[in-house]
Design a protein around this ligand. Sequence first.
Ligand SMILES: *Cc1c(COP(=O)(O)O)cnc(C)c1O
Length: 439
Amino acid sequence: MKQKRFFLQEKELPTQWYNIQADMVNKPMPLLNPATREPLKAEDLYPIFAEELCRQELDQTHSYIDIPEPVQEMYRYYRSTPLVRAYGLEKALDTPAHIYFKNESVSPVGSHKLNSAIAQAYYCKQEGVTNVTTETGAGQWGTALSYAAKVFGLEAAVYQVKISYEQKPYRRSMMQVFGAQVTPSPSMSTRAGKDILTANPNYQGSLGTAISEAVELARMTPGCKYTLGSVMSHVSLHQTVIGLEAEKQMEMAGEYPDVVIACFGGGSNFGGIAFPFMKHKMLEGKKTRFIAAEPASCPKLTKGKFEYDFGDETGYTPLLPMFTLGHKFSPANIHAGGLRYHGAGVIVSQLLKDGYMEAVDIEQLDSFRAGCLFARSEGIVPAPESCHAIAATIDEALKCKESGESKVLLFNLSGHGLMDMSAYDQYLAGNLSNYTYNG
Ligand SMILES: *Cc1c(COP(=O)(O)O)cnc(C)c1O
């Protein structure tokens, strides 16, 4: 009997997150205060984020950071997530490659986002915060935060990009079921929103604008903190539970990955699965390859510039040293809403610059073709974001077929697509198109 799924026992679950910054030879460059251009200190971020998260953000010394017991307790509701050998997909591709995926879609909210939402809500509660706010595009982060806030007794206010608010009503319903207040962005409730709406009344919104609104609300409201579901280093830190579990599960499978692959929005699920394995490349010279799969319509890693840029549209955030398409970049309306962000996290940006990882860009139609093949061979409908990782994995598996090599491929299934069936409908009806990025 071939074993298909690998789980850890509760006592084997990670009790610490892995902080790759501590092991990097070239540390990420500092975040800058946009007014003074001075490197930012943790205290400078305290008005926006929970203090412990600010310290984690800038921590370049501790390789491992304890996961608080109440956070571990919440993780035990759905972790470990299964590591699955994708025999069905291997057969469909007729490849000698061994394909594994880590299935983060089994979290209660359907994606990896909950791993960081739980941690962020916990630290806010610890520090006496009463309200949290955030932005959401497709709605996965907003959903995760809404649930985590409820668990720790916080009120959540979510700014949802207007086009998703209108096109993805079920995500909004989910957030409301968890008790959050959801506002379409841009809204008239903030200066940032008002400015954009008065200049352009029909603006359909973007993540950058929604971030500006949420940051403004947090700054103006006592007892309210902002939270972010991607891009920031503390978010990738929390997501390393994925890779730390996967390391042990791959060991149970008796294999070690030659290639680790994840889709890329701001970098948190990529960092989550990749960093624990990348540690061995950095410190022990292991030859593992790491591939970030981004949409061809929003290609900050393959076509962006490495420079200091804002994380939001208005320019409220610190300046971040990152690969970026520019904070005014407005991505095409692809269905992988979680990948429509102009920049990349500062850790991943440095790692790409230093050659520890690679990036590929995937066209929208190729991503859905890959997602359908995966659904038909493994029985799981993947999130449109995750389809990008699957497409990149299929490319690698087909290269193995050509060369006859049986490489071990591991990808992260960041979420399921059960709330995105209208996107699949449009794909199957032939109504989707590719969007080329042209500078
Ligand atoms: C948000 C999201 C992503 C992209 O975010 P990263 O921080 O790049 O991981 C990918 N997949 C799913 C399912 C998401 O919800």
